[in-house]
Design a protein around this ligand. Structure first.
Ligand code: AMP
Length: 216
């Protein structure tokens, strides 16, 4: 299955993407995670990407499309994958179509997770991410057993730099301006399913699973 997860920051894309990828055994391709990996290498590309991410802006399309093209050459993607946080602009969506047609692939479904702005800011400001394994927790609805420590690997839970209030506001604005138009783009192509992203983690997972096309 080849999937895209679309939705505003804070809707739970990453959390749901990780669960679904485990359930249906496909790789989780998060461009945000790929960028954070590049940043950790302290390369010039990483330094450049960081200047955009720290301000809540989008990293340029050519950088993202180059990273995705390289990732799609890895053999683990041949049986399917889930893109989380990509595409985020119309040129990225067109670029993805082109990349896929070059390798004779199609997307099966684009899942749009939806929710109100107030919920998103609240979730983002309470989000903590494990610095070691990347697990995501939320101080309000899924706090870790021991404060500040990841339940899965005991790594330190940190607040992402771009989860600070002023950056959150910018990320929501950027989503509306640059990414939301993709909902109409994929609806026109009959590739979209819309899912209410508000509820417990289990409720939202169940909604997604119910609505995914059944594999033949
Ligand atoms: P995420 O982890 O998906 O919330 O992404 C964190 C940040 O990485 C975003 O706010 C952007 O600055 C950058 N980013 C991630 N994916 C993309 C993308 N597809 N296009 C442009 N920038 C991206």
């Amino acid at each position: 299955m080849r999937l895209v997860f679309l939705g505003p920051p804070g809707i739970g894309k990453g959390t749901q993407a990780k669960i679904l990828c485990q359930r249906i055994t496909i790789p989780h391709l998060s461009t945000g995670d790929m960028l954070r990996d590049v940043i950790s290498t302290k390369s010039d590309l990483g330094k450049e990407a960081r200047t955009y991410m720290d301000r809540g802006r989008l990293v340029p399309d050519d950088v993202i499309l180059g990273m995705v093209e390289e990732r799609l050459q890895q053999p683990d993607t041949h049986g399917g994958y889930l893109f989380d946080g990509f595409p985020r602009t119309l040129p990225q969506a067109d670029g993805l179509n082109e990349l896929l047609s070059q390798i004779n692939q199609n997307l099966d479904t684009v899942v749009a997770l939806e929710g109100e702005d107030e919920i998103l800011s609240e979730r983002l400001s309470n989000r903590r991410t494990c610095g070691s394994c990347g697990a995501i927790t939320n101080l309000l609805n899924s706090p870790s057993r021991e404060e500040g420590k990841c339940d899965q690997c005991s790594g330190e839970l940190i607040q992402r730099d771009d989860d600070q209030p002023n950056v959150i506001r910018e990320r929501l604005k950027v989503y509306k301006r640059q990414t939301e138009p993709l909902i109409a783009y994929y609806a026109e192509r009959d590739q979209l399913i819309r899912i209410n992203g508000v509820g417990t983690i289990e409720e939202v997972t169940a909604r997604i699973l119910e609505n995914l096309p059944k594999e033949e």
